[in-house]
Write a protein that binds this ligand. Structure first.
Ligand code: MG
Ligand code: MG
Length: 258
């Protein structure tokens, strides 16, 4: 059953979302050539701790996972699409990094992700990241009362496909609330006018994942978590937690300009 949030609850989720936004901003600022993924995880931990928030990622163990997740961020580098484990791996010039972060504050969860390049970016990576952000913006724009989940999926997928990128099937957005993953699923590709009708009080994580080669194939790495592109091409990920309201979509994980 779909869980609709009151306006008060949406405000509380906004507070959680702002912690996530601050964590991502701090991680992006700290990221650079020679910085390790574990160091970035530590930066996010500090932001969560200072805010009195906990991490819905840390210790998370869905049915597919062999081990509880060890970090508060997912750090996915180059051919890693999502769910990368923060390790001692140090970033190199030109690496494309996707960072996904969650925060739980007063029992409410926020979930958001950004992609960026450390050092000198390749033009192809910049275009991939910009397209992920455009796909996210298109999905958010479709998150309106009167539309359906399929309209969001269609909007996201159309931007990705038109630009020539692949989409890993089986992974995508989701409802958010007291728990990180609630109903409904919000796929990154779909048919307009289909699926669950959007109502005031629904809160959704919208999260396009794009594969640079245009192929859709991916595999799960030996760590049991990281999803990687099958052809080794690079991937980008962007995500916001968004409330559907009668006044239009409200981004709960918006970051202050930095
Ligand atoms: Mg996320
Ligand atoms: Mg998510």
């Amino acid at each position: 059953m779909m869980d609709l949030k009151t306006d008060t609850s949406i405000d509380a989720m906004h507070a959680a979302g702002q912690v996530v936004g601050r964590a991502l901003t701090a991680v992006r600022k700290a990221a650079g050539v020679g910085v390790s993924l574990l160091e970035l995880d530590e930066v996010a931990r500090d932001v969560l701790r200072e805010a009195g928030a906990s991490s819905p990622f840390l210790g998370y163990r869905p049915s597919f996972a062999p081990t509880p997740f060890p970090g508060v961020i997912c750090a996915s580098v180059n051919d890693a699409i999502v769910h990368g484990i923060p390790t001692r791996h140090r970033l190199c010039d030109g690496d494309l990094v996707s960072v996904d972060c969650g925060a739980e504050l007063d029992g409410w969860v926020g979930d958001s992700a950004i992609s960026f390049v450390v050092g000198r970016p390749r033009q192809a990576d910049q275009r991939l990241i910009e397209t992920a952000e455009r796909a996210l913006a298109a999905g958010i724009e479709a998150a309106r009362v009167g539309n359906r989940v399929g309209d969001i999926a269609h909007a996201v997928g159309r931007v990705c496909r038109t630009a020539g990128y692949g989409i890993p099937a089986g992974f995508g957005g989701h409802g958010v609330g007291r728990r990180m993953h609630e109903e409904p699923d919000v796929p990154n590709e779909g048919r307009p006018g289909r699926g669950v009708p959007l109502r005031h009080g629904m809160v959704l994580a919208i999260e396009p994942m794009l594969i640079g080669s245009g192929k859709d194939a991916y595999y799960e790495a030996d760590d049991g978590w990281t999803l990687r592109t099958s052809d080794g091409s690079r991937a980008a990920h962007a995500e916001h937690t968004v409330a559907v309201t009668d006044d239009g979509p409200r981004i709960l994980t918006a970051r202050e300009a930095s």
